[in-house]
Design a protein. Sequence first.
Length: 477
Amino acid sequence: MRNLTMMTDLYQLTMMYGYFKTGMRDNLATFDMFYRSKDATTHYAIMAGLEQLIEYLENLRFDEESLRYLGGLGIFDEDFLDELRNFEFHGDVYAVPEGTIVFPGEPLIRVTAPIFEAQLVETALLNIINHQTLIATKASRVVQAAEGGTVMEFGLRRAQGPDAGIYGARAAIIGGCKSTSNVLTGQMYNIPIAGTHAHSWVMSFPDEITAFRKYAEMFPTSCLLLVDTYDTLKSGVPNAIQVFDELRAQGHEPVGIRLDSGDLAYLSREARKMLDAAGYPNTIICASGDLDENLIRDLKLQGACIDTWGVGTKLITSEDCPSLGGVYKMSAETVDGRVIPKIKISENPVKITNPGVKKLWRIYDNQTGKATADLIALDYESFDTTRPLTIYDPVNTWKSMTLTDYTMKELQVKVFEGGKRVYDSPSLQEIQQHCQDDLDTFWDQYKRLLNPHRYKVDLSDSLWMLKNSMLQNYRRG
């Protein structure tokens, strides 16, 4: 496991130095990690990256090489460097499990630790969770657009570096992709890998049919041919059919063809007709080439006969929304055993934080089993589901809703207690299934690719009153 302790912003270290020098090192602080939505692309998100965050926290330590580097900066004294030499994480961490559907403003991760420690983890925590959650969310949208078609993640060559390729592929699997082209990710996480050949294979032979035949000879039971190197309908598909006939004569059935360019709707329809007429109705048509959820949706509306989608650049980079917008904000401080809520105030109401140590609940309608709303509440609150429950909009606080026939589920689980891991990460396959099951509990209007209906993320009565009393006190000076 890698030691990423030094993967932090300098200002985390300068603040730690300040806490150390002013005697605030052991002040207990609580921070929340949540994200702010930009548009429909992150109206909902798929929580991802927790396993890598756990690995990071378990390996937090400053080695001697790092300490020599920090000492050479000339901004920290030896006492502080000695403190870093003995650094350990002693905090409590609560987190929403990977694969869970989450919404803007919700506390996805809660860290309570001495402020000296809680401050350090901000940068890496945001880096890890922001990236994987973003890619898992993009994958979920792509899979949704495919409407039951298989989606393969093909983005390694266009990813923003090796880690983005590896962990982006992992996140894509969480979001619903069935396989990846990334062999290392397949090895690391025991997930299916997929891929056939490129145009260069076809161009390496005297003619297209020779290239197809040689490929079929090597992979007779998994033969899927790329047919658009020269002319898809005049040579690619006819040559593929001829090779398929030869394979069938040898007792093998072909898998299908892949289209990577051109008018995919038209070409796939025509190719389907040709394959069916030749006696291959069960062969699949795979498409690739700068696909995303919007293009896939349009191609399906145009009657494209595509069974499998290879999605690369626009998935692995989340091209239309390249950052999640996750933030890490202090919500409480404990002084002499007393919890003091903290609030960040802004002229932009969306940027006003929710104070206090909080829990996150999901409320389900008993009649339909569907999610009705999420509730952010103070951690000491309990709820009697046999009694009516009123919840309040966090921004437009005059809006409220009263629920009667409902059940509730707490979303956060304890991951670390006193710096010790107390959570066993599920397998990637289990996380993917959890994601699908969770998505199924939401009405379609909340999952629309365009103009989704706003899902309610409200505040409990106690949290609403705490937040508004703190705002009123601020106005009074």
